[in-house]
Design a protein around this ligand. Structure first.
Ligand SMILES: Nc1nc2c(c(=O)[nH]1)N[C@H]1C(S)=C(S)[C@@H](COP(=O)(O)OP(=O)(O)OC[C@H]3O[C@@H](n4cnc5c(=O)[nH]c(N)nc54)[C@H](O)[C@@H]3O)O[C@H]1N2
Ligand SMILES: Nc1nc2c(c(=O)[nH]1)N[C@H]1C(S)=C(S)[C@@H](COP(=O)(O)OP(=O)(O)OC[C@H]3O[C@@H](n4cnc5c(=O)[nH]c(N)nc54)[C@H](O)[C@@H]3O)O[C@H]1N2
Ligand code: SF4
Ligand SMILES: [Mo]
Length: 696
């Protein structure tokens, strides 16, 4: 029996509903409590999102909750060691150091940082905006934001695949969604659409479960998707496979677009992408001639220097084919009216003269428009005081040297800080460098509103580990001490009540109510237009050249691959979450070592056998990986495991030895978003005798 009551009752078995956050997926979970202690977890069949699905990472949540290496109290650095400190003293000290830095160097000298979105991102932005710093650092430029901003600037909002609207064709483009459940969209809905008979097209350089079940798999050369998208537009326009009524009624710039893509005929696109001309036509035909089709564009597209243009082309494909905001297509959602990710940041609190100081704002205006500082510019400010000095970092959940390009430079920048506060669950390579380390709780330890386009749900605090707090509570504690009380609340519950007021709930009533589903409304443009300046879709965007971009999407091929080199790409691991969970035995057993995947022929030519250690070298640096022979990649392509570190070691190089970002370099040129190139890096391989890893 499910007793959906807010708190566990001692001496009894109860079940509570919450929402998993071992990845973005947001699956509903039934949490069994024995004597008030979390004892077991299972998928919640009543969840509108996940319908009972619960994966291996979700099942490892209890291992994370109770892991012996968890941080349990605030720690202050003294020389090489960290020593325990009471919370009040820790927060007093942090507030004092922040106040001191602001008085000496201005609020912009304080950088706030967070990693992938963990449902408190709007809190970090609210704190930054009210503090007066324009500098929030995150991996946005290589994650979700090239997609978000390309879509907003093209059609006035961000689209999501409408799997429940019966698409005939689904294109998974650089997206391994059945494994990654990326960006809050649940793979369960995709799996059901495929089961109901949707045709699957996969565009991916590496074979996986999805390519094996696909009706059409295009094994594209890494980094060349921009050319393929322009080629699809070419074929669709030439063959008349587009929605002429939609184009005439709701778009601007069609004639210029048609002229622009004339050069991208299938033969040329084949040369640029490594595909056959026939495959390019087959793709355009499958998509252009389907009545309902959607495109799931993943991180495979947003981690190279063509990211923004490629993703703009994809939004244009959706418009031309008539699938934009249409059933089974790519739908724009109106969010439920909570004070959430759009309004909660209080962007209007940041004075224009402070906003103008955003690091990287000049070189990467579209990234800045989204509110983010550019990491390369942040390292320059930390290391060279250019254009001004940054000496303070407040980090809410990011493992910086594992995540950003040119890890060596990132590590050096962090070593030079005057005050560095990191909030985390573990003593990560980033936390090791911090002056103050604050322990935070995992998803089972926090009250939080999970806000997705399709539903809202309560995540509830059901456990307490040591003295851990949530990031939201830490921000409340600091804001009060920094005199920002008028923008915050005395406690978390009051803040959650405030956020929910728009839907007529309090935190208590919302917890009792459970998830609230949202529904899509199709073709809103027919009555409201699109939320662009003209109300129409910007096939051509005349303002983009002023923002470092191109009015029409361009494709810039990378450098030719030098002899003896491979194109290195990567993909997020099914078993881990970015740099997380290498400590959890049940997951580590599935993937004990960082791998480099090499085609057997290429490996043989270099004398590399499965299980050998391999030194991978690029123009930036080197790292070591364990060889896995894989005939699912081309002979000139290798994949390395990203974000790998060795939590079991405390050695000085535990963060760099197998770190893919030792191989990646800073963004090559000024552009819309300054996306780093993680997925088309020229590397060389060399067999090495033995890695000195304890993990072997
Ligand atoms: N080479 C290469 N680099 C990449 C990528 C790639 O594919 N290849 N992917 C990029 C992408 S898409 C992203 S989003 C980034 C990910 O970048 P990050 O988000 O920085 O990486 P994570 O490892 O997910 O998380 C960082 C830390 O947050 C801690 N943490 C977890 N939950 C919480 C919490 O609730 N609060 C706090 N305070 N801490 C928490 C974890 O213990 C972990 O140490 O990496 C990027 N970097
Ligand atoms: N299990 C798990 N789930 C995760 C994460 C995780 O680390 N582990 N990370 C989370 C985060 S932060 C994010 S952003 C999402 C990312 O989730 P996804 O968008 O699915 O991204 P990836 O799995 O990194 O890469 C998707 C696919 O892109 C392919 N690819 C690589 N290079 C190219 C290329 O040049 N062109 C094309 N067309 N494809 C290419 C890869 O082979 C891979 O199959 O997942 C989230 N969910
Ligand atoms: S897919 Fe993500 S949210 Fe769902 S159970 Fe797995 S880890 Fe949790
Ligand atoms: Mo991400």
């Amino acid at each position: 029996m499910i007793i959906d009551h807010p708190d566990g009752v001692g001496g009894q078995c109860t079940e509570q509903r919450s929402v998993c956050r071992m990845c973005h997926g947001g699956c509903g979970v039934i949490v069994q409590m024995r004597d008030g202690v979390v004892s077991e977890l299972k998928g919640d069949p009543a969840s509108p999102a996940s319908e009972g699905f619960f994966c291996t990472k979700g099942k490892a949540s209890l291992e994370l909750l109770t892991h012996p290496a968890r941080l349990t109290e605030p720690l202050l650095r003294r020389g090489d060691k960290h020593i325990a400190m009471p919370w009040d003293e820790a927060l007093d000290m942090a507030a004092h150091r922040i106040g001191e830095q602001i008085a000496r160097h201005g609020a912009e000298s304080v950088v706030l940082s967070q990693g992938t979105d963990r449902n408190y991102q709007e809190w970090v932005f609210r704190f930054a905006n009210t503090l007066g710093t324009p500098n929030v650092l995150g991996p946005a430029h290589v994650c979700f934001y090239p997609r978000v901003m390309a879509s907003i600037l093209t059609c006035g909002g961000f689209t999501f695949c409408d799997y429940e609207g019966e698409p005939e064709v689904i294109i998974l483009w650089g997206s391994n969604k059945l494994h990654t459940h990326s960006d809050g969209l649940i793979g369960v809905k995709l799996a059901k659409a495929l089961h109901r008979g949707a045709r699957l097209v996969v565009i991916d350089p590496r074979a996986n479960d999805q390519t094996r079940r696909a009706d059409l798999w295009l094994q594209i050369r890494p980094g060349s998707d921009g050319a393929l998208a322009l080629g699809m537009l070419h074929v669709m326009i030439k063959e008349g496979w587009y929605d002429a009524g939609f184009v005439a009624g709701h778009t601007d710039g069609f004639a210029e677009l048609a002229e622009h893509v004339r050069g991208y005929d299938p033969q040329r696109v084949a040369e640029l992408t490594g595909l056959d001309a026939g495959q390019v036509v087959a793709l355009a035909s499958a998509y252009g001639q389907a009545k309902r089709a959607c495109i799931e564009a993943g991180t495979g597209l947003s981690q190279n220097e063509n990211a923004f243009s490629t993703l703009r082309s994809i939004c244009i494909l959706s418009a031309l084919s008539g699938n934009l905001d249409a059933p089974g297509g790519d739908v724009l959602w109106d969010l439920l009216p909570v004070d959430g990710r759009r309004s909660f940041p209080l962007a209007e609190q940041l004075a224009p003269e402070q906003q103008a100081k955003r690091l990287g704002g000049g070189a990467y205006p579209v990234l800045s428009m989204a509110g983010w500082a550019h990491p390369d510019a942040v390292w320059d400010a930390m290391l060279d005081a250019q254009p001004y000095a940054v000496k303070t970092l407040l980090n809410f959940g990011s493992n910086l040297p594992m995540v950003y390009a040119d890890a060596q430079r990132v590590h050096r920048a962090l070593r030079g800080l005057e005050f560095h506060m990191t909030c985390d669950l573990f003593m990560t390579p980033t936390a090791q460098l911090a002056d103050l380390v604050l322990p935070v709780g995992s998803w089972l330890e926090r009250d939080q509103i999970v806000e997705f386009n399709a539903y809202l749900a309560p995540r509830r605090k059901l456990a307490q580990v040591g003295q851990c707090r949530s990031d939201e509570e830490i921000i409340l504690g600091l804001a009060q001490r920094l005199g920002l009380g008028q923008h915050f609340w005395p406690d978390l519950e009051a803040a959650l009540d405030h956020k929910l007021a728009g839907i007529g709930h309090t935190w208590t009533s919302f917890k009792q109510h459970g998830p609230i589903a949202n529904t899509p409304h199709y073709r809103k443009y027919a009555t409201q237009g699109f939320r662009t300046r003209s109300g129409r879709v910007n096939l051509l965007h005349a303002g983009l050249p002023r923002m470092g971009g191109d009015a029409l999407p361009q494709y810039r091929p990378g450098e030719d691959l030098p002899d003896g080199h491979f194109r290195m790409s990567s993909a997020h691991s099914r078993n881990f979450y970015n740099s997380e969970y290498r400590q959890l035995d049940s997951l580590r057993k599935r993937e004990p070592l960082p791998r480099v995947q090499i085609h057997p022929q290429a490996a043989a030519a270099l004398g590399i056998a499965a299980g050998d250690w391999v030194l991978v070298r690029s123009a930036t640096g080197s790292a070591r990986f364990c060889a896995e022979l894989c005939d699912g990649v081309a002979t000139d392509v290798v994949y390395v495991a990203p974000s790998w570190w060795y939590p079991e070691e405390e050695g000085a190089d535990n963060w760099q030895r197998s770190n893919a970002n030792m191989l990646t370099g800073r963004a090559a040129r000024a552009s819309e978003m300054g996306t780093s190139n993680f997925r088309n890096v020229a590397v060389q391989l060399e067999k090495i005798e033995k890695d000195d890893s304890h993990a072997q």
